[in-house]
Design a protein around this ligand. Structure first.
Ligand SMILES: Nc1ncnc2c1ncn2[C@@H]1O[C@H](COP(=O)(O)OP(=O)(O)O)[C@@H](O)[C@H]1O
Ligand SMILES: [Mg+2]
Length: 245
């Protein structure tokens, strides 16, 4: 069966640094896949290749078997790929409903866009925040509104880069549950660092290390793999992961 999204020998070099080194992986329709790995493993660079922010040095990206390597981000989005980066993409001066409506306007008229935007906010449990100014929201709430902008256009694949960065433990658990919910209708690729999240999401996992795929398996096997412990789990938590005592 043709994969929804696949990479073949994907490679990204920055001068002498090989950030992504000959990575081949395939994600099927409705799959939920986590990409994990220590800092510097190449996860974000791989993500930026998939989303069109970087043009890979070598290798191919296939969408339902079609070569989409080198397409611009807007063209990637038009294929039905929804992207959430770590960089905030919402305008502080808009309300949550206005921001999410903007994300759907490309495909629908104003009334229908607004209806879909409201449905997405409700689906993420933040319907009550629809009239709130984005710039005044707490960090976790703002992340949820960003997720609503990704879900609202109903993409076939959602790609998220560290969606729980800066979230509390409670918000992280909630986001894992939401992503599982989103996965009922959409394939999802999540780049993550937070181990609590990996346990909660319990999906297929690809472990990156030094730009390469180290292990690819179900969460239980990955969490028990000594190679993964060596490169990743055995290390002290990084400062970006804040776990309250
Ligand atoms: N724009 C860039 N220019 C040069 N080197 C980069 C750039 N982006 C990432 N790198 C390097 O590529 C490697 C992988 O980084 P990154 O993809 O950010 O890893 P991760 O997201 O897994 O922490 C690191 O060695 C990093 O320093
Ligand atoms: Mg990163």
């Amino acid at each position: 069966m043709t994969a929804l999204l696949a990479t073949e020998g994907l490679t990204m070099r920055f001068g002498g640094v090989v950030a992504v080194d000959n990575v081949s992986l395939a994600v099927s329709e409705r799959e939920l896949r986590c990409l994990i790995g220590p800092n510097g493993a190449g996860k974000s660079t791989f993500f930026r290749c998939l989303t069109g922010q970087y043009r890979p040095t070598a290798g191919r990206i296939l969408w339902r078997g079609r070569d989409i390597t080198g397409l611009e981000p807007h063209a990637i989005a038009r294929l039905g790929i929804g992207i959430k980066t770590q960089v905030p993409s919402l305008f502080d001066g808009l309300t949550a409903i206005e921001g999410v409506t903007l994300a759907v306007r490309r495909k629908h008229g104003e009334r229908e866009a607004r209806r879909r935007a409201m449905a997405a906010l409700e689906r993420l449990g933040i319907g009550a925040l629809s009239g709130a100014l984005v710039g005044l929201l707490a960090h976790g709430q703002r992340q949820l509104v960003e997720l609503a902008t990704v879900v609202a256009p109903e993409p076939d694949l959602i790609i998220l880069d560290e969606p729980t960065a800066g979230m509390s433990a409670e918000e992280t658990a909630g986001t894992a549950a939401l992503i599982r919910e989103m996965n009922r209708d959409h394939a999802v690729i999540v780049v993550e660092h937070d181990m609590q999240f990996i346990r909660a999401i319990a999906s297929g996992i690809t472990v990156f290390h030094q730009g390469r795929v180290l292990v690819e398996d179900c969460a239980a096997k990955v969490l028990a793999d000594p190679r993964v412990h060596d490169v990743y789990l055995g290390r002290p938590p990084t400062p970006q992961v804040v776990v309250p005592a």
